[in-house]
Design a protein around this ligand. Structure first.
Ligand code: SF4
Length: 645
């Protein structure tokens, strides 16, 4: 059978032995896992034993695009990186858009498995079917931007695409990330530290081969449909103008903004999104073949410089370095964002870990004796920037904060764990669970820890809620876009009964498929332009596989279940599927004053979710029947014997 849309080639690169082999799985493998998270979970579950230290040579990095990546369709530019996470000790994975994934495909590969560790700094250079391991001794210690420039110069090609780490990854900061061409980012779960531990500075790629699609005309028609319909999509138009930063200001007005280490959801903001963009926006850019072009780059000269080649902050970064740290000044966000991308650090975990330190300092759990004399106070933007530098260098108090809030709080004790806002070791993103209970459940059960790419915001399913782009004359609002799932009624935002759990479960299947097919949530229903039934149409046009929404949902569920098996194998227990106590305290101010999420209801929702997933309601272990139904009966061999009784 001819491979349309993909190459049928996965490269295995051993950095210890410098051996490179090419594996050629059959079409059934590709159709079972599709790419991205599916491929990452397959290899990590099969090949990593539970004893593997995430920062040892025995960990493996899987980089995977999908069978669609590189098709000229909005949203299909992404690729995934996965490994055992140094932040959670569990399944780690993170996706990014841009151009790197399409170039990997055009270079003749669908995925890479990187194993072992080099004895000196190296980078990989992949060009049209060839893979070289090159010395990076002259690149070690450089910022990501300078590394990119030097590699392009060395290989003599300005069009080379780049994945790389900065000094945070080299210094094994547990939430170090991987940048792609400097403004697309694999932020979460510490994958930059895994690259650093292998002395792998970068993976550069250049591909010029044409990818063949099954139905070229249909692909073009789908592109035109999106481009035309995007013009009336409120959220895609707003993103084109402001990126996701407008959501920060919307959330502020609605009282939904996580503030001062999640101690409240009310934060007074003095500037508007228009004013902030007027002052700092330099230009707009985007990802391969996407008509939204939503990435905004910021520039500043005074009081400090901000380099626009590192892009600009999105909603998550605004929250992580403004409201969460109590700093009401967007120039500090712009600088913090630039530093994190320059050094290669996740802005969410960095900001939330700093805000944990700020709260500990306020409560006397950290003192100037611990901090080397620095007063780590909420609202102090200059101290926030100073801490980012110390963390990336692992100097002074930065060495403790480089561990992330969970490990840092366990190290200092003094009751500080109460203020570590994380699940499974991954810090909370900026979507506020106390007013979005479905997202709260999603954070609790996500395989990667508190990860916002598990579920749509609850307000999208509640047409009576203001602040969302619902049509006031339409009783179903965005819910009508979910009718193909069989979700036929709106679900209240502030609820966590069985209807919400069903919604989260279905959404997790669909969004897990997004991570297998490596597509961008900012292009999809219910909020944005693509409709749900476009997914099988797109797959058929690109690959020639006649498929259905049923198969799509099963692929997503299969990937989630594989991650569950990986996590159980590596020590997860049901206690880990929970939220910090603070999440169940009553909100004390702002428009959401007195709203409370009930802890017992949330615990019950977790059990109900296990049941809907075909996992044992008490142990959270997938049943043999579910594994067989998902066509992964082999996964049962990877569950710990005691958990399989
Ligand atoms: S919507 Fe924005 S982030 Fe998503 S693919 Fe398009 S340009 Fe990239």
């Amino acid at each position: 059978m001819k491979n349309y849309g993909y190459n049928g080639k996965i490269a295995r690169i051993n950095l210890s032995t410098e051996e490179i082999t090419i594996e050629e799985p059959d079409w059934v493998f590709y159709r079972t896992y599709f790419g991205g998270r599916g491929i990452v979970a397959y290899y990590l579950l099969k090949e990593l034993s539970p004893e593997v230290d995430p920062l040892s040579k025995d960990n493996k990095i899987i980089v995977a695009a999908s069978v669609i990546t590189g098709a000229p369709l909005p949203g299909f530019s992404r690729h995934s990186i996965g490994a055992k996470s140094p932040q959670t000790g569990l399944f780690g994975e993170s996706e990014a858009g841009g151009y790197w994934g399409p170039d990997l495909k055009k270079a003749g590969f669908d995925a890479l498995i990187v194993e072992g560790a080099a004895d000196r700094p190296v980078y990989l250079f992949i060009r049209d079917g060839s893979i070289e391991i090159r010395s990076a001794e002259n690149l070690w210690g450089l910022d990501t931007g300078e590394t990119l420039d030097r590699i392009r110069n060395e290989v003599g090609d300005e069009k080379v695409r780049f994945l790389g780490i900065g000094k945070a990854g080299e210094n094994l900061v547990r939430y170090a990330g991987v940048t792609s061409d400097l403004h697309h980012y694999h932020g979460r779960t510490g994958l930059g530290a895994v690259m650093g531990s292998k002395k792998l500075k970068a993976i550069a790629v250049r591909g010029t081969k044409k990818i063949e699609f099954y139905d070229e005309k249909k692909v073009k028609d789908l592109f035109k449909w999106f481009a035309e319909n995007m013009k009336t999509n409120v959220d895609n138009l707003s993103q084109r103008e402001f990126g996701t930063s407008a959501y920060y200001y919307n959330a502020q007005q609605a009282g939904l903004l996580p503030t001062r280490n999640f101690s409240t959801t009310w934060f007074d903001v003095k500037e508007t999104v228009e004013e902030v963009h007027q002052k700092m926006k330099d230009h707009r850019e985007g990802c391969f073949a996407c008509t939204v072009q939503c990435k905004q780059a910021f520039k500043l000269e005074e009081p400090f410089s901000v380099d626009p080649r590192y892009g600009g902050p999105e909603f998550e970064t605004f929250g992580s370095f403004n409201s969460i740290c109590g700093v009401d000044d967007a120039k500090y966000v712009a600088k913090a964002h630039e530093l994190c991308n320059r050094y290669g650090m996740d802005t969410i975990s960095c900001g939330v870990t700093i805000s944990w330190a700020m709260e500990c300092f306020e409560k006397g759990l950290l003192t100037v004796e611990d901090t080397g004399g620095i007063k780590i106070e909420f609202g102090n933007g200059d101290v926030m920037l100073q801490l980012i530098e110390l963390i990336a260098d692992r100097k002074g108090i930065g060495d403790l904060l480089a561990e992330g809030s969970k490990t840092a709080s366990e190290k200092i004790g003094r009751g500080s764990s109460e203020y570590a806002m994380q699940v499974k070791g991954l810090e909370f993103p900026m979507a506020e669970p106390r007013v979005k209970f479905g997202l709260g459940l999603a954070y609790a059960i996500s395989p990667t820890g508190a990860d916002h790419l598990q579920h749509e915001h609850d307000g999208a399913f509640d047409p009576q809620l203001t602040g969302y782009s619902h049509n006031p004359d339409d009783p179903y609002g965005m819910v009508k876009h979910l009718f193909p799932f069989g979700i036929l009624s709106p679900v209240k935002a502030l609820s966590i009964g069985w209807e919400k759990v069903r919604l989260v479960t279905y959404f997790q299947h669909f969004w897990s498929f997004f991570e297998c097919i490596d597509t961008c949530i900012f292009t999809w229903a219910p909020v944005r332009t693509w409709r749900i039934n476009h997914m099988p149409e797109i797959i058929e046009a690109v690959t020639g596989w006649e498929t259905s929404l049923f198969e799509v949902m099963k692929v997503g569920e299969r990937a989630t279940t594989l991650t569950r098996c990986f996590n159980l194998k590596h020590g997860l227990s049901t206690d880990d599927d929970s939220l910090p106590k603070r999440m169940f305290e009553k909100l004390s101010e702002g428009p959401m004053k007195d709203v409370t999420m009930n802890e017992d209801e949330m615990k019950d929702a977790v059990k109900l979710y296990y049941g809907m997933m075909g996992w044992d309601e008490n142990t959270g272990i997938p049943t043999r029947g579910k594994l067989a139904e998902l066509n992964i009966p082999w996964a049962v061999n990877h569950l710990l014997p005691k958990k399989n009784e």
